[in-house]
Design a protein around this ligand. Structure first.
Ligand code: NAD
Ligand code: ZN
Length: 253
C-alpha cells in the first residue's frame, strides 16, 4: 500500500469538518459492476452510441434493455467496504455530501444520506408514452425472467430516470454538486477517470475555493496533477484503512 499517501490523506480528513466525496464507476467495481472504460470496461464489448445514448434508446429500446440486463445481473450487487467507509465518514460528521455519477444506488444501500446522483438512478422507470411509473424491483423481475420490457399500455419506450448520452444533467442536482464542491474544505475523488463532464470540472471548483484534494483510483486520471494526495489502489481496501486512521487521529474507538 501507499503508506505515506494514506497517512497524509487520513490526516487531512481527520482535520476536515466539511468533506465532499465524489465517486465514479470505480467505487462499485469491487461490488462486481463493470466500469465503462478501462481494460475490462463495457465499452470494449458494447457501442455506447447504441446502448447508452438517448438516440440509441429511441431507435431501439430493446438494445438498451439487453445491455441493462447484463449490467443488471451485476446490479444485484451489494455495497462494498468503500461504500460503507464513506457512509461511516458521514456518520462521523466529516463527509457532508456524496456526489456520484453512478446509477446503482449502492451509496444509499450502504447508509449514505446526502447523495447527489448526477446521472440519476435506476430506482424509477417511466413509460414515455403513457406516463406510468414502475419501481426498479418490478422491472428487475421482468429482466430476470427474460421478459421483454414493455409497459402495460404496450409501449416499449420504458426508460429509467438515468441520464443517457445526449441528455442534459438534472440542473438542480448539478448546481447543488457545484455548491458543495465550492463549500467543502476537502474534496475526495474515488474511482473516477474524470473525463466525463462535469466530473472533470468539480475538483477544479473545490481547488479554486481552497479545498484540499485527494484522489483514489487504480489508474491515473486526467487531473492527477492538481491533487494534493494521489493514491493508486483499490477503493475497497484503501477507504477502510483511511477510516481506521481517521478514527484513531480523532481519538474515536
Ligand atoms: P469512470 O470514468 O468513473 O472511471 C472509472 C475509474 O475507476 C477509472 O479511473 C479506474 O482507475 C477506477 N477504478 C477501477 N476500479 C477501481 C477500484 N477497485 N478502486 C478504485 N478505483 C477503481 O467510469 P467509467 O467506467 O468511465 O464510466 C463513466 C460513466 O458511467 C460514469 O458516469 C460512471 O459512473 C457511469 N457508470 C456507472 C456505473 C454504476 O452505476 N455502477 C457502472 C459503469 C459506469
Ligand atoms: Zn405506457
Amino acid at each position: 500500500m501507499m503508506e505515506s499517501e494514506i497517512e497524509e490523506a487520513s490526516r487531512i480528513i481527520a482535520e476536515s469538518d466539511y468533506a465532499v466525496v465524489f465517486t465514479g464507476a470505480g467505487v462499485s467495481a469491487e461490488s462486481g459492476i463493470p466500469t465503462f472504460r478501462g481494460k475490462d470496461g463495457l465499452w470494449t464489448k458494447y457501442d455506447p452510441e447504441e446502448v447508452a445514448s438517448i438516440y440509441g434508446f429511441r431507435r431501439n429500446p430493446k438494445a438498451f434493455w439487453n445491455f441493462s440486463r447484463e449490467l443488471m445481473v451485476k446490479m444485484k450487487a451489494k455495497p462494498n467496504p468503500a461504500h460503507y467507509a464513506i457512509a461511516e465518514l458521514e456518520k462521523l460528521g466529516i463527509v457532508r455530501a456524496v456526489i456520484t455519477q453512478n446509477v446503482d444506488m449502492l451509496h444509499q444501500m450502504a447508509g449514505s444520506k446526502n447523495v447527489l446522483e448526477l446521472h440519476g438512478s435506476m430506482e424509477y422507470v417511466d413509460c414515455l408514452d403513457c406516463g406510468r411509473t414502475y419501481r426498479w424491483e418490478f422491472i428487475e423481475k421482468m429482466l430476470e425472467e427474460g421478459l421483454e420490457i414493455r409497459c402495460k399500455c404496450g409501449s416499449e419506450y420504458v426508460k429509467p430516470r438515468v441520464v443517457l448520452f445526449g441528455e442534459p444533467l438534472p440542473s438542480d442536482v448539478l448546481s447543488r454538486a457545484i455548491e458543495e464542491s465550492k463549500r467543502c474544505d476537502t474534496f475526495i475523488v474515488i474511482g473516477s477517470s474524470l473525463v466525463v463532464y462535469p466530473a472533470a470540472s468539480l475538483p477544479f471548483h473545490a481547488k479554486n475555493s481552497g479545498a484540499k484534494l485527494i484522489i483514489i483510483n487504480t489508474e491515473e486520471s486526467q487531473a492527477d496533477s492538481i491533487f494534493d494526495v494521489v493514491i493508486y489502489g483499490r477503493a475497497g481496501e484503501i477507504m477502510p484503512e483511511i477510516v481506521k486512521r481517521v478514527k484513531k487521529l480523532r481519538g474515536i474507538t
